[in-house]
Design a protein around this ligand. Sequence first.
Ligand code: TYM
Length: 353
Amino acid sequence: MTESKPVILTCAQPTGQLTIGNFLGAVKNWATMLDDHDCYFGIVDMHAITVKYSPAELRENTLSCAAQYIACGLDPKRSNIFVQSHVTGHTELAWLLSCITPIGELQRMTQFKEKAAKLGFNVEEDNDLKFTHEGARAGASVNSGLLMYPVLMAADILLYNADLVPVGNDQRQHLELCRDLAQRFNHTYSDTFTIPKSFISKQGARVMALQNPERKMSKSDENQSSTLYILDDPSVLKKKIMSSVTDSGSKIVASKEKPGVSNLLQIYSSMSGRSVPDIESSLKGEGYGTLKKEVADSVISVLEPVQAKYKELIDDKSYLEGVLRSGAEAAQQRAYKVLFKVYRKAGFVERPR
Ligand code: TYM
């Protein structure tokens, strides 16, 4: 009898091109896990509609995300790549979980507070949503999908009874909520869910914005020179890196006082596989210009083959659709088993056949 492999479930939102934060903190690591795990890689289109979006762009970005996954090394022959809305069970399980989730726990989530703040709202310590001064903007409101976001994410994970969830550092709090919900469900209804473990790699787990290294690199940064996309043209990558913010002084060392230099060293190290102390010693006596040039070279040399592969894939729509079809079939098979078990435990009468 063959022993079953541990199950991995993880996802990204199809909200445009992946950043090198998504790449180094997530997708690049996933690609190293294919052989030792049973992998499910989701493209979470339902999460992507919690903020303002265009349906036509979402459609395009969903296929593009699949092509980017594959170009980054997620081999569809050794993993299941699927779109969240293709699999019945994600929103159904989210509903069940929402019934054991206090609203206060959701209002405390850092990402919720950050996204609400962007809309001009402030979540106070007592967890009441309050208008801030800017929040008086006409028509501003926080939709309940944004609040429910982490419950849907917990459902994504628990629906597959995943053992391991590899993510970047920004998802740590959501993962903790997911584990709490799994435990609460098991306690209320008897053992049902595997309690998933997060996997947050030491390197690249929090890539910072190039123009403000105190903040996470993100797709939605107002200053787009802060964000490196995996499909940026090499000349654009170089320009963004060369104009990144560094720190006072001239020594190339990673330290708390030097967030800009530390971020560049982290990116360089994650891209090249060299350790930070090794890079520091090879650049002893050099200036920030040399550091930036070497960082740019390492980023470009890793991303060029990814971009070439992406170009091939994105023109082959029927191949991509085939990948998503078989990914959804495999995902659905697993998801139904868990969903029906959950329904039974929750006391729902079995569907008449
Ligand atoms: P998303 O789409 O924002 O990001 C996808 C992955 O990239 C990681 N990441 C980063 N890592 C390092 N540095 C950064 N600057 C950086 N920015 C993003 C994220 O941690 C993530 O691993 N809520 C999730 C999507 C999701 C999910 C799930 C993830 C929905 N359901 C179930 C895991 C399991 C999100 O918005 O990821």
